[in-house]
Write a protein that binds this ligand. Structure first.
Ligand SMILES: C[S@@+](CC[C@H](N)C(=O)[O-])C[C@H]1O[C@@H](n2cnc3c(N)ncnc32)[C@H](O)[C@@H]1O
Length: 366
């Protein structure tokens, strides 16, 4: 936000990739759920919507939103801030565009809220939500597993932050244009016990919303559609089925942000997504053992090894950097004792980060 033009360019590019050019916002009734500090809403406000409603229950975020929009000349319109949870939000009318990013995960209660978002979109309106596949987040799930090996649960929060920063600073410094500090990253990712709650896949979104909405686009935009438009009528349009096929053919590309590989056998990628979920589950169990004494740590470690080995077998046809990274993880993870310095020196695994957040736009059936 220190460079407003750059911020607006980024937001404009995101919406453009999602099929929402500025004209679509103009005069539209727009709802943003869980806007946080409201900085992203500022771009939408600049496009001239008829109405902009922000639903945010956090008092600190509400104050940020108020201060932001009180800045003279910052916005041509004032949004209506609804200071409540989304659960308690019961508007009288639907909206042309509904936005909700980086909030909902996969728990039954959250998926219920995802379906509620869908009901608030007017016929032919647009819904934008974010998803995260366990494939995209797998490198960080493995960093969580390494955290379980090097952390000292009895140490103070500050000491643990220092120890984990020492381990992962070299990893983060491999990412060009990284804007967050290593300390923030350590708190939000490897120290955050709720981190994996944010997982939500495209098949889940389509299961919940596919009956009333058709996928418009995504960011990153991985799906192409070479079908002839003349064949796209009635049930043959099948935009969601087509998108799902493209998702499964490209899912391996979420594992390593450095590479873009040709599509591969969708069944292999379905297995990969399942294998990555299993890694997430067993790492969660390992965390419970290490931090809360639930279950046997040795057993959970073996479960993690087995689950990562299944991923390793699945990606045997992928590029060498990813294969070496996973092999290096397994080698270190199997050691009797692991130190932050060893994690910091992981020459192959260090630079493996996935493509995490995937935005998707959906058009409500007319
Ligand atoms: C990770 S932040 C995302 C903020 C913003 N959308 C972004 O992408 O930068 C999650 C937001 O969800 C909000 N939130 C949490 N529980 C909520 C609820 N029950 N209803 C609406 N928003 C909620 C939080 O206050 C926070 O602003």
């Amino acid at each position: 936000m220190s460079d407003r033009q750059r911020h607006f360019d980024r937001r404009g590019s995101l919406y453009r990739t999602l099929g929402l050019v500025p004209l679509m916002f103009r005069n539209a009734r727009v709802l943003e759920v869980a806007p946080g500090s409201g900085q992203n809403s500022l771009y939408v406000a600049s496009t001239g919507p008829r109405e902009l409603v922000l639903v945010e229950p956090n008092p600190v975020a509400q104050q940020d939103i108020r201060s932001l929009y009180n800045t003279p000349g910052i916005s041509p319109i004032q949004p209506r801030l609804v200071a409540s949870t989304f659960q308690d939000f019961t508007p009288l009318d639907q909206f042309d565009i509904v936005l909700c990013e980086n909030w909902l995960g996969h728990s039954p209660a959250e998926r219920q809220l995802l379906r509620k978002l869908g009901t608030l979109v007017a016929p032919a309106g647009i819904l934008v939500v974010t998803t995260i596949s366990p494939v995209g987040i797998l490198p960080n799930i493995l960093r969580k597993a390494l955290t379980c090996r090097i952390d000292r649960p009895e140490a103070s929060f500050t000491e643990r932050t220092g120890l984990l920063t020492r381990a992962f600073e070299t990893h983060l410094s491999t990412i060009p244009a990284m804007t967050r500090t290593c300390t923030d990253w350590v708190h939000d990712n490897v120290m955050n016990p709720a981190y994996l709650g944010i997982l939500l896949t495209i098949p889940m979104v389509l299961e919940d919303l596919g009956g009333t909405c058709a996928v418009l686009s995504s960011s990153p935009r991985f799906a192409s559609d070479w079908r002839w438009f003349k064949a796209l009528w009635g049930s043959q349009k099948d935009f969601n089925g087509h998108f799902l096929n493209e998702y499964h053919a490209n899912l391996h590309n979420f594992l390593d942000y450095r590479r873009l590989l040709p599509p591969r056998d969708p069944r292999l990628n379905q297995d990969l997504e399942e294998a990555a979920w299993t890694v997430g589950k067993v790492v969660t169990s390992l965390e419970r053992s290490v931090y809360h004494g639930v279950g046997d740590v040795g057993h959970q470690r073996r479960q993690v090894e087995a689950a990562v080995t299944a991923v390793q077998q699945n990606i045997a046809d992928l590029h060498v950097e990813a294969r070496l990274a996973i092999a290096e993880f397994l080698e270190l993870f199997r050691f009797d004792a692991v130190t932050p310095e060893q994690v910091a020196r992981m020459s192959s695994f260090q630079a493996l980060f996935g493509r995490e957040t995937l935005y998707v736009s959906l058009e409500k059936n007319p």
